[in-house]
Design a protein around this ligand. Sequence first.
Ligand code: FES
Length: 242
Amino acid sequence: MAELQKDPITRGDFLGFGVIGAVMGTLLTIPPVAYLLGPVIDVDVRGRSNVSQGWQEVGPVAEVPEDEPKVFTVEFPIDQLYGDRQIQRQFPDTPRSRERFTVRNAIWLSWKAPILKEGRQGSTGDELGHPRKPEFLNRKSSGFTPEEIREVERSINVLSNSCAHLGCPVRWIQREGEGEFLCPCHGGIYDINGGWVGGPPPRGMFRYTKFEVRENGRLYVKHEFDVEPGIPGLTTTEPYVI
Ligand code: FES
């Protein structure tokens, strides 16, 4: 009797084809589904962040040493808005949702050192005098008079931790009584006033433009920087990663 011809496709082969078919089917389904979900994806992705423009506490100014900057961490509340107005015009039922969270920024405080020699291009100076910490801060750390507040506000640098080149966090490197801010990413260097000294950054460190010292001896900032108009992606107050 002729031997029964063996089925060339085994059960395992059959299951294998099934799995491959399912994978192929899924892959082919992705583009049309993505197309159909386009508006939804847009709504989720095209959000907007608003950093709070309220005052945030940085810390006590008396703690900033004479010759060395001190870094403080500040929590800025952020409103994250999902749902784009343009999308809502097309799909009026799309809800706008709002999330609130905080972003932690590092802020450097230092005492202004007078410039003794005119600086190179983009620099506040090549040669700096001794930083001038107001003398009364050696005796008191709070209970400031209006004159003392003005003196501190005139004497202090309030600097962003974000390198003016591509935003890496800068570090203070102290060397025998002197020091510099150094950016570890591409070697940008700044002086104690945040002035450009060397490397690729096109300018000095970003400065907080709105800050105030209060009677309690603490410094407060608003999220606003000395950004020149016209730089793509940067404004003085818009989300600005630090
Ligand atoms: S990010 Fe600082 S030098 Fe490039």
